[in-house]
Design a protein around this ligand. Structure first.
Ligand code: SF4
Length: 467
């Protein structure tokens, strides 16, 4: 029977396969995703949760503790975004912040997650930078007062440069924030405007420089950029974005993402009408940008993220992928503790009602399938751009090693015949998520029952026939 985890050696077929959705995956393993007969009660589950890896008083537990705070308001909707929820409204934001503080206090009063040091705090959204200086000071300050925020905690405020004025910047700096992550997306003025961004290229760069001037080396400045946008040329991507990051910006870190088109987002229509870059073009630009930053001395911290200096650690993005405990706060926040994933109420009215009723505002909890732990083991390696089979000793991956090497997704870097480590190539980095999924699927299939193996092979062949 055909092995669904082998990759085509023909380039066109290979890219088609790696860019297709729905390959054989651990999460598809028959028998691993059975829905519970009775949905678990979120409040009961919440009360049972404890930090993973030790007692709540343990300061040595090895699973990092993260706090995630969601601010579900935006000044306007960006055309590429699939996460827009609520338009900024001064009164609504203040009301929201007050409830957020109640939620923070209530979890702190429970005393379960307050003893272990918090290694990462992340304010995401939405647009956390839309909070006023006073609101930022109150929320950031409350977390510092009520939780054991580690001295070297990475504390990030995400958002937009527009309206993030000096008062807000100083408020964050004085309250204990040490990282800003901005969704710059592009340094090209016209392109920015087409995305719904208001600042010009010049204003964006000037604003970054001003924030750096205020904060110095006390805060890491990080930005996301997107390539493959409608109307963007490949030359401009390199010349007016990637090179700008290095030569003209005050950034300490950068994420370079290939455009992901969310169905129903405003940009989806443009992509449909105008088309966008081919898979080969995206791949080539990923490789070119990565090589350029590497030559300029930037350190690659993941398959998509680079740091210019030691200020940028990229801990949140790394931890979010490798299964740490993440305590969620706010409307629409997602978290994960132990084997439970937690999704908080995404509707503002429901969030308000739950907080006012004295509840943790959770909409849904789900116990993860056993495949998640395996997927995390592979993610820990592939997201850092390597794979070491000796870290998964119970699975013999030799049936795919040579094929994957020939397909060009990784290259051997072991120093002896027994050292079978691999480094992902630029191609492998670009398709890291898919490769991770395939590795997890391969691992699960290797340990599945004979019947499940048959089912999985059939699923793989069916998806191949469809794809
Ligand atoms: S990209 Fe950010 S600011 Fe823009 S709509 Fe999405 S969540 Fe809001």
């Amino acid at each position: 029977m055909m092995n669904p985890f082998l990759l085509p050696l023909d380039r066109e077929e290979l890219l088609k396969r790696l860019s297709a959705r729905g390959a054989p995956h651990g999460g598809m393993m028959p028998g691993t995703m059975k829905p519970p007969a009775q949905p678990p009660d979120p409040q009961t589950v919440w009360k049972s949760l404890r930090p993973t890896g030790g007692s709540p008083s343990s300061a040595t537990a090895d699973v990092p503790l993260v706090i995630y705070v969601h601010i579900p308001f935006c000044i306007s909707r960006c055309s590429f975004c699939g996460f827009y929820r609520n338009r900024t409204d001064d009164a609504a934001i203040e009301e929201y912040v007050q409830r957020l503080l109640v939620e923070i206090d209530r979890v702190a009063d429970e005393g379960v997650f307050t003893k272990k040091p918090v290694e990462v705090v992340y304010f995401g959204g939405g647009t956390p930078t839309a909070l006023t200086a006073d609101q930022l000071r109150r929320t950031v300050g409350r977390l510092h007062e009520r939780f054991n925020i580690a001295p070297d905690c990475e504390f990030t405020i995400e958002g937009r440069l527009f309206a993030f004025d000096d008062d807000r910047v100083r408020s964050c700096l004085e309250s204990g924030v040490n990282r800003f992550s901005f969704g710059v997306q592009s340094f090209e003025t016209e392109l920015r405007r087409s995305l719904g961004r208001r600042l010009s290229r010049e204003d964006t760069l000037a604003r970054l420089a001003r924030i750096k001037e205020i904060c110095g080396d006390r805060i890491a400045l990080v930005a996301d950029l997107i390539y493959g946008l409608p109307g963007q040329t490949q030359e401009d991507w390199m010349e007016r974005n990637v090179k700008t990051v290095h030569l003209e910006s005050a950034l300490d870190g950068v994420d370079l993402y290939s455009l992901k088109v969310f169905p129903g987002s405003p940009i989806a229509k443009r992509v449909q009408e105008e088309g966008n870059w081919s898979e080969e073009d995206r791949l080539a630009r990923h490789a070119e940008a990565s090589d350029y930053l590497a030559v300029q001395g930037w350190k690659q911290l993941s398959t998509t993220h680079w740091g210019r200096n030691a200020l940028e650690r990229n801990l949140y993005n790394t931890y979010a992928k490798i299964g740490v405990d993440m305590v969620p706060f706010g409307c629409g926040a997602g978290g994960f503790i132990g084997d439970w994933s937690i999704m908080q109420e995404g509707d503002l009215a429901k969030y308000r009602t739950a907080v006012d009723a004295g509840l943790k505002p959770i909409d849904m909890v789900m116990q993860s399938p056993p495949t998640r732990r395996d997927s995390i083991r592979f993610t820990r390696m592939t997201d850092l751009g390597y794979f070491d089979p000796s870290k998964i000793p119970e699975t013999d991956i030799s049936p795919i090693i040579d094929n994957w090497t020939q397909a060009g997704v990784w290259t051997p870097v072991g120093r002896s015949p027994r050292d079978r480590r691999f480094r992902l190539t630029r191609l492998g980095e670009f398709y890291q998520t898919k490769l991770n999924s395939l590795l997890t699927g391969f691992h699960m299939a290797a340990h599945a029952s004979a019947l499940d193996k048959m089912r999985m092979m059939s699923a793989g062949i069916a998806s191949k026939l469809k794809g």
